[in-house]
Write a protein that binds this ligand. Structure first.
Ligand code: FES
Length: 84
């Protein structure tokens, strides 16, 4: 869906900008141009940016809480299983 009609930027492009490291609406504007024209899309761009940041934070915390995360670094422990 096109969010920014001034620059033809879609919601997917805005989310991709956040996934590629943009953290603020200004950084997203630098990345894909969204909300850098008339400003009419600014509130929707902000909503998408913050939503994507929340989603990424949840994905990262889920990965850190994974049962396998506790195995990181154990292969060097004395007596730890060493695959052949
Ligand atoms: S609609 Fe996005 S800057 Fe104008």
């Amino acid at each position: 869906m096109i969010v920014c009609h001034c620059h033809g930027v879609t919601d997917r492009e805005i989310r991709a900008s956040v996934q590629n490291g943009a953290r603020t609406c200004a950084e997203v504007a630098d990345c894909c141009g969204a909300s850098s024209g008339c400003g009419g899309c600014a509130s929707l761009v902000a909503e998408i940016v913050h939503g994507e940041r929340r989603r990424l934070a949840m994905v990262r915390s889920d990965a850190a809480a994974s049962p396998l995360a506790c195995l990181a670094g154990l292969s060097d422990a004395p007596g730890a299983f060493q695959p052949a």
